[in-house]
Design a protein around this ligand. Structure first.
Ligand code: ATP
Ligand code: MG
Length: 153
């Protein structure tokens, strides 16, 4: 079933915005004006972006979270850029592993179980998508997702 990713992400942003704004973080949404249609499970898409945006809010102390959707020729690209605490290079290879948390003591005070990103990755793969992460410690983190569009539908 075709869903509009803009609607899904807009809804998720409205959910996390309250907490983000309380922390003084701005959430910016850049989306195409003609919709971003994809054949996908709306609830699973919501779960993916809820996880990523809750992480961005939890692991950012100040600045902005910027979400951008770009319609490409054969798919949809979504980036989530935060100005948070960042992730050390040595931790990046394990980030999508179950129960992996970068700083156990810090993370404990921040809540969470360490399951979020492993579930996100599974849900992305169910939709034949990809997810990549780039990060600089102390500067921020970027997640880039790509979902191919089935042109034969
Ligand atoms: P859960 O999502 O299960 O509540 P969690 O947020 O700790 O718990 P994941 O979402 O899997 O678990 O993330 C794993 C770890 O990756 C986190 O504990 C955190 O250390 C790090 N991390 C995830 N997203 C970010 C981010 N945007 N900025 C900095 N660190 C992050
Ligand atoms: Mg999480």
């Amino acid at each position: 079933e075709d869903i509009d990713l803009i609607e899904v992400i807009d809804m998720v942003i409205n959910k996390v915005k309250i907490k983000a704004n309380q922390k003084g973080i701005d959430v910016v949404f850049n989306s195409p004006s003609h919709g971003a249609l994809i054949n996908a499970d709306g609830q699973r898409m919501e779960q993916i972006f809820t996880n990523l945006l809750e992480n961005a809010t939890r692991y950012t102390e100040q600045g902005t979270i910027q979400v951008t959707i770009i319609n490409e020729l054969q798919g949809i690209k979504i980036s989530i850029v935060d100005t948070g605490i960042g992730i050390a290079e040595e931790d990046l290879p394990y980030l999508f592993d179950r129960f992996y948390r970068v700083d156990k003591s810090r993370s404990r005070s921040n809540g969470g179980t360490g399951l979020g990103l492993s579930i996100v990755k599974k849900l992305v793969e169910i939709h034949d998508g990809t997810i990549e992460v780039q990060s600089t410690l102390g500067k921020g983190t970027t997640f880039i997702l790509y979902f191919p569009i089935d042109l034969n539908e």
